[in-house]
Structures are given as structure tokens and as C-alpha cells.
Design a protein around this ligand. Structure first.
Ligand code: ASP
Length: 605
């Protein structure tokens, strides 16, 4: 080893020892006769002092060193003199008095601060520069911490599942379509020109095959590929903790995963608090009605409460008409949000919220502001359409208190969902209710088996085509597929789906029934999924499983809003690797071997 210790390791106990450190120049201060170098490696920073009088050669080398040079330093550990210790640094009680310094490598001035995350954050940094020089970005302390946290997370999961008798099995990347509702990435076959592999969107079919094979408890840290438009935080390739178990019911899978998640958080991110243990179970329809989404952030209340009955009796014609037409009126109570606002301030706040509601599809957003004083009038344009009794009934229904702002939504049910979904996080952020150290886990269950796809005029599976309908709803597949519930369960945390799974169909006849419902012609289904039906003829155990979005889980544990921050080499919004320049054109010879001729619009060629 070119070092005896790491740069994060030395303490006063080692005073007097000769040590060798190696790492990068984090900072260098030249005070004439003395040069101070903060030497950095993955484990920390140690101050090296180079004295011209006692070590003239080392001093002249230190003189040439610049930020990010790679150095090897030999020297003696000293306790720092009174008053010069640095309590913020774990090694801050000592320094190393250098006797020899070797420059192991030079460095150009980096394009951004590697040694000052705070400054970088303050000044902002062009994402494309970070991504182009990802190796430098990853050298930053924060990124190193994130990547190490990822390693610890995966290690914990592997150890835990190993103890529970799971076996990790790798499944192929070059495979056939394993659909999860996205577009496949295709890989042309050279040996069979004109044919293509599809990269798996998940190991779904393969893990079910492993259940047929009798492994009973499978997991894999699995790479998945989905060729989607990269809206938001999606990555074309991402990592799942994939799991499948035989002879289980829904609760078994949920309980195992809840325990794993809880222990994971408590071990690798002990600063986090899990809000509810056990995780609450929320029915899909309640999630939609109250939170407007199947990924509710339950760290804060701000639920949409149905007040149709009261509002339908009011004098406000919009509400009355909507209720008559079967559309709901719902209210979100923002605690103390009206507080002491003046009329003008209130109108401004309300109009900003209305803009958000309109972007989500609403025609408007009615509100009532409750005064702080008991007998003052309610502010806001619709107060006058409610009688005193109606107002009291309303306040009781939503639990209103003085100073609250009540927001009313009324429209088609789906529109009210979107508006609820858009308003809640916005209100929560304004009310300071988004604490990244609180993890509000919950399970969402009883999803519909199918969702109607109006464009294609067919049913789409809400999860995927292998999800077993809930037993008592099986008969609905023939009569009213839209009403059938699936055995799907999603683990949700702070507004993100962190895991999703289901009990699977293990009966060939039920599987066959699903294909035509989701618009798969039987011939085509047999071509794509015949192997599943065939496997199902050989004794399939009842089984179920789940997959975690591992990138998202690590991002939550690292309190990073974007999963890019916990993936070593992520893709950019255009699906590119900015560092290496992928994707890139293929050589004509390669294309010829594959029997591929390009036919691109001119400017893409
Ligand atoms: N394969 C599913 C997914 O990727 C998860 C599962 O059902 O286990 O979402």
C-alpha cells in the first residue's frame, strides 16, 4: 500500500508515529516558511504541515502542489498546539508534520469546486458540466457519501434476505419483452439477422419461472430497462430490488418487506424517523378520494374531504349544479394559512393557489378564510352563499379552526383528483410540513385490476398482466372487468412509490383470460408469452412478489430529491451519458453485420 493510514483516521493516540498518507490536495495555504496542505481521501481530510527549515525538499515539492494534485506524504503525527485544533474535523486534533512529499500525479484546475459542497450548492452548477465530468463530481464528499450509502443499503438487503433463506439469482439482460407498460429497448442479433432481443423492463417473467423451478425465495439486485420519455426523474436504466416468494399471501409479502424496510432505515439511516409502524394500509379508492393520488404523502394531513352534501344545499350555484350532476365538492383545510393575512394578501395567496389548481385542470378554486376572532365574518367570495348553519356544518366536517384557509374543489372526479394532488404538496411546502427526516411509509392496496385506456379503447393492467385479481372478484373478469380489484400492493413513502408488487396468476386459464381483455390477440400472446402458459402446465406454486425502486429508496435515505444523486453514472434528460458520449453512431461495418440500414430524417444522420 502507498499509505499506512487513511486521511480520516488519525487521532491524538497516534501522536509521535511516523505515517504515510496519500490522497488529493483539498486545499493548500502558503504561509512562506510553512505550507499547509489539507490532504483528502474517501475517509476524510488530514492537515499536513510542511516546514521549510526542517524539511526543505518536502517544502519545495509542496510549493508546486496545487488543488487536486495526488500526493504521498510521509511524516510524524503531532497533537496540534493549544487553540489551533479544528473541532469540526474528526482529525482536527492532530496534524502531520511532513518529512517527505511525492507528487504522484498532477491535476488541471477542475471545472467546479470539488472541495466545497456548500459553495457549489450556493453558486449552482450547470448539470451538464457535472455529468460530463462525473468522475470529479463523484469525488465530492456529498456524492461519496451517497454512493457509500447505496452500497450499505444493498449490503444490508443482501445480508437480511440471505438470513431469511432467499437466494440471489441473476437473470438475463438479453431477453424477450417483459412488459411493464413502457417501450422496450431492442438489441439486434448478429447471429440471427433481423431478430432482436428486448432488454427486460423488469425480471418479472424470469422470477416467476424461478418459482416454477422451485426456488421458493428469490431476490436480485436487478437492472431494468425502459425506453420512456425521460420526464421528471426517470432513468432509462435503473435498479430494482426484485423479489419473488412461493406459497404466500399478500400480507406475507407486505410484512416481510415492511420489516426489511424498517430495519434497513434503522440501520443505515438512523437519523430518520419512520412515522407509523406498522405502515398504514390505505385502500386505493380512499387514496384517490383523499389524496388525489395512489402515491400519497402522509407526512401531512391536508386531505380532501367530501362536503358535497352540505355544499349541494348551499346557495352557490356552481356547487349545486355540480352536485346534481353527480360531481363532488371537496375541501382541503390548510391550517392557520389565512391567519393574520390582510384582504389583499389573502387574495394574492388564493390566486396563486388557484393558478396551481387551474394548471391541474380546474376551472377555479373557491376559498373561505376563517378569521382569528370568534365572531368575525368568514372572508372569501363564497361565504355569503352558505347559511350560518351550513357554515358550522362545513367547519365541523373538515375540523376547521380559526385562521384556517379552506379550499374548495368541484369538478369531474378525475379533475378533483389532479387538483388535490397538485395542491397538497404545494400547501405542505408553504406550511413547512415537508421534513425529509420523517419517512411516512404506507401501503396502498386494492387497486383495480385494470384501468380503461380511452385512446386505445381497451383495458390496461394497473400493474402488469401477471397480477392475480382478488379471489372474490374473479367472476367480474367475465362481466365487469373494470370493477375487479387486483392483488397489487404498493409501498409508498413521502409521495413516492418505493415498491410495488402483487400475488400472481398461477393458473393458466386465468392468465389466458387476461390477454384478450388487455387487447392482446391470442396468436400474438402465444408468440410473446407462450412459454409462461407452457410453464404453467408443470405444477406452479402460488406465488407473489414485489420490486423496490432501489434508486428511489436510497435517494429518500440520503434526503436527495433526485435519484440521479445516488446513481454513479446516470443518464441525462435526453438519455445520454454525457461523460462518454453514449449513445453514439455505429460503424457502417457493424450495421452491415447486423443487416441494418439506417433510414433517418436528414438532420439526425
Ligand atoms: N415487476 C414489477 C415492477 O417492475 C414488480 C413486481 O410485480 O414484482 O413493477
Amino acid at each position: 500500500m502507498l499509505k499506512t493510514h487513511t486521511c480520516g483516521e488519525l487521532r491524538p493516540e497516534q501522536a509521535g508515529q511516523e505515517v504515510v498518507l496519500a490522497g488529493w490536495v483539498n486545499r493548500r495555504r502558503d504561509q512562506g516558511g510553512l505550507i499547509f496542505i489539507d490532504l483528502r481521501d474517501r475517509w476524510g481530510v488530514t492537515q499536513v504541515v510542511v516546514d521549510r527549515d526542517s524539511a526543505p525538499e518536502a517544502h519545495s515539492v509542496a510549493d508546486q502542489a496545487r488543488g487536486e494534485f495526488v500526493l504521498q506524504v510521509k511524516g510524524i503525527v503531532r497533537i496540534r498546539p493549544e487553540g489551533s485544533a479544528n473541532p469540526d474535523l474528526p482529525t482536527g486534533a492532530i496534524d502531520v508534520s511532513a518529512s517527505e512529499i511525492k507528487i504522484l500525479n498532477n491535476a488541471k484546475t477542475p471545472p467546479f469546486y470539488i472541495n466545497d459542497d456548500e459553495r457549489l450548492e450556493r453558486e449552482g452548477l450547470d448539470e451538464s458540466i457535472r455529468m460530463k465530468h462525473r468522475y470529479l463530481d463523484l469525488r465530492r464528499q456529498k456524492m461519496q457519501k451517497n454512493i457509500v450509502l447505496r452500497h450499505k443499503t444493498i449490503k444490508f438487503i443482501r445480508d437480511y434476505l440471505d438470513q431469511q433463506n432467499f437466494v440471489e439469482v441473476e437473470t438475463p439482460i438479453l431477453f424477450k419483452t417483459t412488459p411493464e407498460g413502457a417501450r422496450d429497448f431492442l438489441v439486434p442479433s448478429r447471429l440471427q439477422p433481423g431478430k432482436f432481443y428486448a432488454l427486460p423492463q423488469s425480471p418479472q417473467q424470469l422470477k416467476q419461472m424461478l418459482m416454477v423451478a422451485g426456488f421458493e425465495k428469490y431476490f436480485q439486485v436487478a437492472r431494468c430497462f425502459r425506453d420512456e420519455d425521460l420526464r421528471g426523474q426517470r432513468q432509462p436504466e435503473f435498479t430494482q430490488l426484485d423479489m419473488e416468494i412461493s406459497f404466500v399471501e399478500r400480507e406475507d409479502v407486505m410484512e416481510l418487506n415492511e420489516k426489511l424496510m424498517t430495519q434497513l432505515v434503522e440501520t443505515v439511516a438512523p437519523e430518520k424517523t419512520i412515522m407509523h409502524k406498522p405502515f398504514p394500509r390505505i385502500l386505493y379508492k380512499d387514496a384517490m378520494e383523499q389524496y388525489g393520488t395512489d402515491r400519497p404523502d402522509i407526512r401531512y394531513d391536508l386531505r380532501a374531504i367530501d362536503v358535497s352534501e352540505i355544499a349541494g344545499e348551499s346557495g352557490f350555484s356552481v356547487f349545486v349544479k355540480n352536485v346534481q350532476a353527480g360531481q363532488p365538492v371537496k375541501c382541503i383545510r390548510a391550517p392557520k394559512m389565512a391567519g393574520e393575512l390582510s384582504g389583499t394578501q389573502l387574495r394574492k395567496v388564493a390566486s396563486e393557489l388557484e393558478d396551481i389548481a387551474k394548471k391541474a385542470g380546474a376551472k377555479g378554486l373557491a376559498y373561505m378564510a376563517l378569521p382569528l376572532e370568534e365572531d368575525a365574518e368568514v372572508k372569501g367570495p363564497i361565504g355569503k352563499f352558505f347559511t350560518v348553519d351550513q357554515k358550522l356544518a362545513l367547519f365541523e366536517a373538515v375540523g376547521a379552526e380559526p385562521g384556517d384557509l379552506l379550499l374548495f374543489m368541484s369538478d369531474k372526479r378525475e379533475v378533483v383528483y389532479s387538483v388535490t394532488e397538485a395542491l397538497r404538496p404545494m400547501l405542505a411546502s408553504q406550511l413547512g410540513l415537508l421534513d425529509p427526516n420523517t419517512l411516512g411509509f404506507c401501503w396502498v392496496i386494492d387497486f383495480p385490476e385494470f384501468m380503461w385506456n380511452e385512446d386505445e379503447k381497451r383495458w390496461d393492467p394497473s400493474q402488469h398482466m401477471f397480477t392475480m385479481p382478488i379471489e372474490e372478484d374473479l367472476h367480474l373478469l367475465d362481466t365487469d372487468p373494470g370493477a375487479a380489484r387486483g392483488s397489487q400492493y404498493d409501498m409508498v413513502c413521502n409521495g413516492h412509490e418505493v415498491a410495488g408488487g402483487s400475488i400472481r396468476i398461477h393458473d393458466r386459464e386465468i392468465q389466458k383470460k387476461i390477454f384478450p381483455l388487455i387487447g392482446l390477440e391470442m396468436d400474438h400472446a402465444m408468440e410473446q408469452f407462450g412459454h409462461i402458459l407452457e410453464a404453467f402446465e408443470y405444477g406452479v406454486p402460488p406465488h407473489g412478489g414485489i420490486a423496490w425502486g432501489l434508486d428511489r429508496v436510497v435517494a429518500l435515505l440520503a434526503a436527495e430529491p433526485n435519484i440521479r444523486e445516488v446513481i454513479a453514472f446516470p443518464k441525462t434528460q435526453t438519455g445520454a451519458d454525457a461523460m462518454a458520449g453514449a449513445p453514439s453512431p455505429a460503424e457502417p461495418g457493424q450495421l452491415a453485420e447486423l443487416g441494418i440500414k439506417l433510414d433517418l430524417p436528414e438532420d439526425d444522420e
